[in-house]
Design a protein around this ligand. Structure first.
Ligand SMILES: CC(=O)SCCNC(=O)CCNC(=O)[C@H](O)C(C)(C)COP(=O)(O)OP(=O)(O)OC[C@H]1O[C@@H](n2cnc3c(N)ncnc32)[C@H](O)[C@@H]1OP(=O)(O)O
Ligand SMILES: O=C([O-])CC(=O)C(=O)O
Length: 372
């Protein structure tokens, strides 16, 4: 047996959803740079689920379906109110709420393709409502009902704040959603596929995926980046902070990647957005600190920034609470998880690798009375 730690380089499935080849990311063959500049998140959702860009009519239909399904059961709101709310991380609340949502879906265990697609629509439609409702309830505010006339990105920001967002905020948020939508066989997507490959249901797969995304080596890194920037505080503090961390063999969050070697193609879009937004809100130091960290990492390790690095300052400038950064990642990645879950069901085989045993051999059972 050959053990590949962390499954590095192991090709575990075929997939027609997204690819990373020579540091280029594509969704269904469309370069992420092209999509980031031109596509809306709803178009990307359609692309990932149908493997083609929608016509105007198909896009309208998807938007309508998402709007019609955005309301969440009142039981979820009531459940949030029972939590020890000041201690609960929103990713834990989201993980629990998605699992709970499955209890109120009469089709949760119906496994045919049409029912699974309907559940995909419902999950994608409801996740913004769940995240924003939790955010408001923990602040003692009432949740804001979704507005069917707003697009996906605008509606999220509207439900979060209770007021209609400006065009710059919607554009930035929509682009961030496009950039986070899918990423081949990342840890959370793999988790979702492993889960549903047992022929378990979509809600179980998404709940498992949220659990995997939560960790700071994966989606949780965006919140950790903001924590680091806050701790550093000024551009002058960057050099000693980073050098000390590296000397202690600690990781700088938002850097490095299992697959990319030259760099994450999504980072440059978020970097541009960070430069623009930090200036716009009169807080250019977040961008300046980030650039300085990037320069130091480049000249010492060298490791390039990943998607989580500049997204932190972007979300901060949009006025989003730092512990909502990873749930927002989940709002976008829901589209990719669902595409992969549906693809897994279409051509399923149980995912069950092996482990090389390293424990003791040939032990003989000793009765408890003789064990001291
Ligand atoms: C959306 C996403 O999930 S993107 C990733 C988000 N995660 C982060 O930003 C967390 C910080 N980054 C990391 O922890 C890693 O780079 C990962 C998890 C992304 C990739 O991990 P792996 O491919 O397993 O690389 P691994 O952790 O083995 O690192 C290889 C070497 O680079 C170093 N390294 C990797 N990332 C970093 C970092 N961010 N800061 C400092 N050193 C790093 C490791 O210490 C290790 O050094 P060594 O060989 O001297 O021991
Ligand atoms: O692919 C990965 O390992 C992590 C990542 O960048 C993502 O999920 O977007």
């Amino acid at each position: 047996m050959t053990v590949t730690r962390g499954l590095e380089g192991v090709v575990a499935t075929t997939s027609s959803i997204s690819s990373i080849i020579d540091d280029t990311l594509t969704y269904v063959g469309y370069d992420i740079d092209d999509l980031a500049e031109n596509a809306t998140f709803e178009e990307v959702v359609y692309l990932l689920w149908h493997r083609e860009l929608p016509t105007r009519q198909q896009l309208e239909e998807l938007r309508k379906q998402l709007a019609e399904n955005a309301t969440i059961p009142s039981e979820i709101i009531e459940h949030f109110k029972l939590y020890p709310i000041e201690k609960v991380h929103p990713m834990a609340a989201l993980r629990t709420a998605i699992s709970l949502l499955g209890l109120y879906d009469e089709e949760a265990d119906i496994m045919d393709a049409e029912a699974n697609y309907r559940k995909a629509i419902r999950l994608q439609a409801k996740i913004p409502t769940i995240v924003t409702a939790f955010s408001r309830i923990r602040k003692g505010l009432d949740p804001v009902a979704p507005r069917p006339d707003l697009g996906f990105a605008a509606n999220f920001l509207y439900m979060l704040t209770g007021s209609e967002p400006n065009e710059t905020a919607v554009e930035a948020f929509d682009k961030a959603l496009v950039l986070h939508a899918d990423h081949e066989l990342n840890a959370s997507t793999f988790t979702a596929r492993v889960c549903v490959a047992t022929l378990s249901d979509i809600y179980s797969g998404i709940t498992a995926a949220i659990g995997a995304l939560k960790g700071p080596l994966h989606g949780g890194a965006n919140e950790a980046v903001m924590k680091m920037l806050t701790e550093i505080g000024t551009v002058e503090n960057v050099e000693p902070y980073v050098q000390k961390k590296l000397a202690n063999k600690e990781k700088i969050m938002g850097f490095g990647h299992r697959v990319y070697r030259k760099g994450d193609p999504r980072a440059k879009h978020l970097k541009k957005m960070s430069e623009k937004l930090t200036k716009l809100v009169g807080q250019p130091h977040w961008y300046e600190m980030s650039v300085k960290i990037e320069e130091i990492m480049n000249s010492t390790k060298p490791l390039p920034p990943n998607v989580d690095f500049y997204s932190a300052s972007v979300y901060h400038c949009l006025g989003i609470d730092h512990d909502l950064f990873t749930p927002i990642f989940a709002v976008s990645r829901m589209s990719g998880w669902l595409a992969h879950i549906l693809e897994q069901y279409e051509n399923n085989r149980l995912i069950r690798p092996r482990a090389e045993y390293t424990g003791p051999a040939k032990q003989v059972y000793v009765p408890i009375e003789q064990r001291g």
